[in-house]
Design a protein around this ligand. Structure first.
Ligand SMILES: [Zn+2]
Length: 235
């Protein structure tokens, strides 16, 4: 195989490894971000659930306070009963007590319903609290694992950077510049074989003239369709 093609393929192999490591770095970082985003979501849900539980507790206390208030009033009227000076007054007070008794029943019922609601809200808040606690542990674990992984991936990346520089040595600028430009444009692999007239990057058919030029490797031969550098091991 032509020497410049051999060197370019070595460079490309190094770049392939480098891209793999970069992809792992990106994926690892986004994995931690995803868990952290989930934690943030559940923290917000916990805040909301706690607020609702607190609100339900407040209303519950108000309702029971109203029950107490009515009971106090009933007791006051019962005291008046003993001092009633006429049957009419007595009957009126009795009627008043009965009315307040009915009010108390309704208020008691509402207070009990509110107590049930508060308990339900507290259970919901507890579920979120447990979820937040579990996710906090998970985030810490992910961060610790990821911290270790990242260290070794960073080391790998810098070793590949050095290897890449070594690979570049001795490749003529005409080839190297073209390689770097194609790489920078996001096409990978940069260098593709042409087999039986077909570019293996995009499967476009080429003339035997182009394939011969690629085989000789005296100049850069670029596929007209996918813009990659072509090389041929055979004619
Ligand atoms: Zn092509």
């Amino acid at each position: 195989m032509n020497e410049v093609i051999r060197k370019l393929l070595l460079l490309q192999e190094t770049d392939r490894k480098k891209r793999d490591v970069e992809a792992k770095l990106a994926a690892g970082g986004s994995r931690v971000d995803a868990v952290r985003a989930k934690l943030d979501r559940h923290r917000a849900l916990l805040d909301e659930a706690s607020r609702k539980a607190k609100e339900a507790g407040l209303i519950e206390r108000q309702k029971f306070g109203q029950v107490d208030e009515v009971e106090r009033k009933i007791r006051d009227v019962q005291l008046l009963l003993n001092r009633a000076s006429s049957n009419t007054e007595y009957a009126n007070l009795k009627k008043q007590i009965a009315g307040m008794g009915a009010d108390r029943s309704i208020l008691e019922e509402e207070a009990l319903q509110q107590a049930t609601l508060k308990e339900q809200r507290e259970r919901e808040a507890k579920v979120e609290q447990d979820r937040v606690a579990a996710l906090t542990v998970e985030v810490e674990r992910e961060q610790a694992t990821w911290g270790e992984d990242r260290k070794s991936l960073d080391a790998e990346l810098s070793a590949l950077g050095a290897a890449r520089e070594a690979c570049r040595q001795g490749i003529a600028p005409t080839w190297l510049d073209r390689y770097e430009r194609i790489l920078a444009s996001g096409r990978f692999p940069v260098l593709v074989p042409v087999v039986e007239l077909y570019c293996q990057g995009c499967m476009m058919e080429h003339s035997i003239h182009d394939v011969t030029r690629a085989f000789q490797a005296a100049e850069v031969v670029v596929c007209k369709s996918c813009q990659r550098m072509m090389y041929a091991e055979t004619l």
